[in-house]
Each structure stands twice: as structure tokens, then as C-alpha cells.
Design a protein around this ligand. Structure first.
Ligand SMILES: NC(=O)c1ccc[n+]([C@@H]2O[C@H](COP(=O)([O-])OP(=O)(O)OC[C@H]3O[C@@H](n4cnc5c(N)ncnc54)[C@H](O)[C@@H]3O)[C@@H](O)[C@H]2O)c1
Length: 434
């Protein structure tokens, strides 16, 4: 059993970006604290975990099995480019009804964002007034570090989860290749260092675990992975697996497990929230499309099953359509074939609510990365792949996208942490008795 420090005292969840996801999360947690709701969608709060043999009948809820911070012990801190209370931001996001927001109005009104590190070059569709200034990016990182230290008063631990807008797509460049080059880049205001990387650098320097909820690289660069290891900090990312990609990673492993072939998978998304508006810029869109596109290749393994998947056409579109608001709609059309090559079709129309799916994921990630920190786990936390569209992994392996493998890995990691047997699903009931 791994030695895990108990979660004594308060946990600060630091959230760059106070938009739809962040305000939906905060409002929900504040309602949970008052006993006004049930934590639907949260694996940590609702899911059981089997221990031992099926007939041992031990199924504790995850939050009672591993020492997680209690929801009552959470406090929130945010940064945003607009200076308004979490109550006003939540109203503008139009995810939750005013009737629900009013139940936690005093708690939401108390939260005001700190000034952001922001550069319009990296999120073309936004402009902000509530923004830090400094000589260079190292100075801005220093200001975020000061913010973090100020937030730490009265808390025992903190974690940071990036819930701000999707930034433009960037490939890994020289400046990201080592910590030394990255720090030089911060001092020289290198263009390829995104604001999200400045936050991640500041958090890790302060010993605060960092999670990236958006698709751009952020912490998924050698320089920050190096820093996380040096500072003994766990990190995870990227891009929360919510609507269409969640469904894709549920359906595709099932089709593959039955050795059904696939000629094409056409996906289109229609969304109308501010996230959609940001993604209306081709450079931010590219971050998202890259994140969504690789999923099927990894699940279907066409190099291993060329007869089934070598001709697969996978198309992903994202369309900004304001009337939809936060009610995202995903359309999937899948061309399959089976025995003797006969064709079939599967069509899926998912009418989801983006931030309703994302908020419990952010809660789980914050609680799990805090657990990882207390368990002495450092660097990339691959066992949290379950929550991401584009999971970070060691360069020696490929990312695991299959939701069921990810789920098994998550639960087995928890069992391992607590010194329980891993569940292999291997039974002995098939053998005749000697
Ligand atoms: N909702 C989902 O299902 C889902 C799924 C996967 C990923 N995401 C990602 O989560 C992020 C948040 O989504 P959302 O719907 O809340 O978006 P949103 O537009 O409602 O909120 C984003 C907020 O970030 C702020 N912001 C932008 N740049 C900033 C910076 N540098 N520092 C501080 N604040 C900054 C914006 O002002 C805005 O208030 C997006 O990147 C999105 O791609 C969301």
C-alpha cells in the first residue's frame, strides 16, 4: 500500500478562466455543500469500486475508499480577462437557470477573478481589459506565483485546472524542448509560449498540481514535464472528454471488439456558446480538431487490422451556431460492414449540455490530482486518461483512448494505491475439479 497523506484542511481549486465550465462547477459544488443537489456525473462522488471477489460483496463508493478531499473543504479562486463576479459570469454563460443560481448567489458573488495573463494573439476572438502587464512572460509568471501564494492563506493544498478558452494551435518547438530553453523564452517573450503555459509554469514552480482541460499543448511539453518531475508535482491533460468524443470512445471499442469493419465516421458538432465562438477562429479550431481526430486511429489500430479499418475516412467538423447556446448537438454517421462485407449504418444524435458534462469531470480531476500529490505521484498521470480527449502519456507509449481500458486503469490505480488486489476479471470457475 502506498503511503498517502490524509486530506486535512482546505483544498483550493485554482481556475484560470471563469466562463461556462468554471461557473457551472462552482455553482454545483456550492449547491452540494448546502445539500441541494446530487453529484450526478461525478465518478468520485457516486461510483462504487469492487474490491476482492464478486462474492466478497465489497463495493465502497470511491470517495469513501480513497482519502479524497471532501466537497465541503473546497474553495475556489479564478482568473479571467473580464472583471465580474462568478454570479454575473454564470448568468452570462446561460447554462444554469436563475432559480438555481439564486440558491448560491451569496457564495457566487464573493468570487471575483484575478487579473489574467492574456494575449489576443493566442485567442483571436476575445479581447480583455482585466489583464496583467509586465516586461516579459517571466514577470507575468512571477505575478501568477504571487497570486497563488496569496490564495494559499488558510488552505492546506491547492490544485490548478485550466478552464479558460482554447488557444491557437502550436506544435512543439525548440523553446518547449527543455526547461532551460523555456525559461530563456519566458525572459525573451517568445511567441510560442502560450499564456496557459505561463500559468502552468507558475503553478508547478509553486508545487501546485496542474490539469489542462483544453486542447492546446500547455503542460504537454518536455520543458514543463521536466519541471513537474523536478518539483515532484503531478500533471494531467488534455481536453476534457465530454460530448461527441466521449460517445465515440464508447462506441468504437464496442464495434472493434466484435471485429466489425468501418469505412467511415463522419462527425459534426453544432454549438453556440463562447467556446464555440472562440473555436470559430481557424487557429483555435485547429487545436480542437487535432485533439479530436486521433482518437479513432488509436482505438481501431488499423495497422493491426488493415482488412477492417485501413480505408477508414474520419471527418470531424465543428460549427459555431449561436442559437444553440450551451446545448451542443453532435451528429455522427458511421459506415460499418460485417460478415461477407455487407454494409450497415449507425447514426447518433447527441443533444447534450456541454458544461453540464464538463463540470463534474473538473471536480473529479481536481480531487484525483490532489490525491496523486498526497500519494507522492509525480509527472504525467496517465491513469486520468479516462477524462481526456487527447490524454498525455509518456513518449515511450501511445495514448490510450478506449474509455473502458481507461476506466479499468483508473480503478486499478486506486486499488493499487490502497493495497487492494487488482481486478483482472479472470475467474477459476471454468476449471474442472481434480
Ligand atoms: N464544456 C465542455 O464540454 C468542454 C470540453 C472540453 C474542453 N473544454 C474546454 O474548456 C474551456 C472552457 O470552456 P467554456 O465553455 O467554459 O468556455 P467559456 O468561453 O465560457 O469560458 C472561458 C473563459 O476563459 C476566459 N479566458 C480566456 N483566456 C484567458 C486567460 N488567458 N486567462 C484567464 N481567463 C481567460 C474567457 O474570458 C472566458 O471567460 C475551453 O477551452 C474548452 O475548449 C470544454
Amino acid at each position: 500500500m502506498i503511503s498517502i497523506k490524509q486530506p486535512e484542511g482546505k483544498l483550493g481549486i485554482l481556475l484560470p478562466g471563469m466562463g461556462a465550465v468554471t461557473t457551472t462547477l462552482i455553482a454545483g459544488v456550492e449547491m452540494l455543500k448546502k445539500g441541494l443537489t446530487v453529484p450526478y456525473g461525478s465518478v468520485t462522488q457516486m461510483q462504487t469500486i469492487r474490491l476482492g471477489r464478486r462474492d466478497d460483496k465489497k463495493y465502497p463508493i470511491i470517495k469513501d475508499f480513497v482519502p479524497l478531499a471532501k466537497v465541503d473543504e473546497i474553495e475556489f479562486f479564478t482568473w479571467d480577462i473580464t472583471d465580474e463576479t462568478a454570479y454575473d459570469a454564470a448568468k452570462n454563460a446561460k447554462v444554469l437557470s436563475e432559480a438555481d443560481l439564486d440558491k448560491v448567489k451569496p457564495e457566487l458573488e464573493k468570487i471575483r477573478p484575478m487579473k489574467a495573463v492574456f494575449d489576443q494573439k493566442h485567442v483571436k476572438r476575445l479581447s480583455g481589459t482585466h489583464v496583467k502587464t509586465g516586461e516579459n512572460k517571466m514577470e507575468l509568471a512571477e505575478q501568477i506565483r504571487q497570486d497563488i501564494r496569496r490564495c494559499s492563506e488558510g488552505l492546506s493544498r491547492m490544485v490548478m485546472v485550466w478552464c479558460a478558452s482554447t488557444e491557437v494551435h502550436r506544435e512543439i518547438k525548440e523553446v518547449h524542448s527543455s526547461l532551460e530553453k523555456f525559461e530563456q523564452g519566458l525572459r525573451e517573450n517568445n511567441e510560442d509560449i502560450l499564456p496557459s503555459m505561463v500559468y502552468a509554469y507558475a503553478a508547478i514552480q509553486e508545487g501546485v498540481p496542474f490539469v489542462n482541460g483544453s486542447p492546446q499543448l500547455t503542460v504537454d511539453i518536455p520543458a514543463l514535464i521536466e519541471l513537474a518531475k523536478a518539483k515532484n508535482v503531478p500533471i494531467a491533460g488534455k481536453d476534457l472528454k465530454t460530448g461527441q468524443t466521449m460517445i465515440k470512445t464508447i462506441i468504437a471499442p464496442g464495434i472493434k471488439s466484435r471485429m466489425l469493419g468501418m469505412k467511415g465516421w463522419f462527425s459534426t458538432n453544432i454549438l453556440g456558446n463562447r467556446d464555440g465562438e472562440v473555436l470559430d477562429d481557424p487557429e483555435s479550431l485547429k487545436s480542437k480538431i487535432v485533439s479530436k481526430a486521433s482518437v479513432l486511429d488509436h482505438i481501431l489500430q488499423k495497422e493491426m487490422y488493415p482488412q477492417l479499418y485501413k480505408d477508414l475516412h474520419h471527418r470531424v467538423n465543428i460549427n459555431y451556431y449561436p442559437p444553440k447556446g450551451d446545448d451542443k448537438e453532435g451528429w455522427d454517421h458511421i459506415d460499418l460492414f460485417g460478415w461477407l462485407g455487407y454494409p450497415m449504418q449507425l447514426k447518433i444524435n447527441f443533444l447534450c449540455k456541454d458544461s453540464i458534462l464538463a463540470a463534474p469531470i473538473v471536480l473529479d480531476l481536481a480531487l484525483f490530482i490532489d490525491l496523486a500529490q498526497r500519494a507522492g505521484m509525480i509527472g504525467i498521470q496517465e491513469w486520468l486518461s479516462f477524462y481526456f480527449k487527447s490524454p498525455m502519456c509518456s513518449e515511450k507509449v501511445y495514448p490510450e483512448h478506449d474509455l473502458f481500458i481507461q476506466h479499468k486503469k483508473l480503478k486499478n490505480t486506486l486499488r493499487h494505491m490502497m493495497g487492494e488486489d487488482l481486478i483482472t476479471h479472470l475467474g477459476n470457475e471454468y476449471y474442472r475439479e481434480e
